[in-house]
Design a protein around this ligand. Structure first.
Ligand SMILES: Cc1cc2nc3c(=O)[nH]c(=O)nc-3n(C[C@H](O)[C@H](O)[C@H](O)COP(=O)(O)O)c2cc1C
Length: 215
């Protein structure tokens, strides 16, 4: 596929056929994703390809209450887990196939980042740091793009990061590593290519963030 077309049309995939995905394909996807950029080229990523059904169940069990908390906030029209907001909403049980049927997802990747290799340039500020993520999320996105080139689709999720302390021993998360994403991959039942995204003028100005619109 043309690069621009791919970038404009790689939507999240949460439904997969029964087609298995071989280890060779997973390795090939990762072999492309490893060319992602990272601060100082430190390549802080670690990937666990989670195959053990019982371990998947454990992950799902940890994700479910977080999903329900998220949906509880949604139900009262709030953005869950956003900075500066505490939301007192009851959890809402909504089916989530990624969680409920985690055993049948063809590929489950737990992605971790070695915090000793990440420059957290905004770590000194009086707000939650986000810049460190720039050394790991391009890698995650490259996994999704490379997967598409192999006829796969998928989605990046971050539910499990909220339960990192509980998940860590099950996944053997090394010390000083952050659990940054769980990525689900497989052959899509449907690949959404018509993505809803805000147009450039809604987020682009000249010189300053309160500047004139870029014409
Ligand atoms: C950092 C990040 C976290 C995400 N977490 C979840 C998640 O926990 N569960 C989920 O179903 N999708 C998750 N997504 C996928 C987004 O919901 C999806 O990219 C967005 O809704 C756009 O969907 P589209 O590409 O199909 O238009 C996440 C995406 C990103 C980039």
């Amino acid at each position: 596929m043309d690069l621009l077309d791919t970038l404009r049309s790689t939507g999240a995939v949460r439904g997969f056929t029964d087609d298995p995905v071989s280890d060779d394909t997973v390795a090939a996807v990762l072999d492309t994703a490893r060319f992602a950029p990272s601060g100082g080229n430190k390549q802080p990523w670690r990937v666990a390809v989670v195959k053990d059904p019982a371990l998947r169940d454990t992950m799902a069990g940890l994700m479910r209450p977080i999903w329900e908390e998220y949906m509880g906030a949604n139900a009262v029209g709030k953005r869950a887990f956003a900075f500066g907001r505490s939301i007192d909403a009851a959890p809402v049980a909504v089916p989530n196939p990624l969680i409920d049927e985690i055993r049948s997802v063809p590929v489950v990747l737990a992605v971790a980042a070695d915090l000793r290799d990440i420059a957290i340039m905004d770590g000194n500020l009086d707000r939650p740091p986000v810049v460190g993520g720039a050394s790991i999320y391009p890698f995650c996105w490259s996994i999704l793009l490379a997967a598409r080139a192999h006829g796969l689709g998928g989605v990046m999720t971050t539910f499990l990061s909220r339960a990192e302390p509980a998940a860590a021993p099950h996944l053997g998360l090394p010390a000083d590593h952050a659990l940054v994403a769980t990525i689900f991959l497989g052959v899509p039942t449907h690949q959404n290519t018509k993505l809803r995204r805000n147009p450039v003028p809604t987020f682009t100005t000249v010189d300053r963030f309160d500047g004139a619109p870029l014409s």
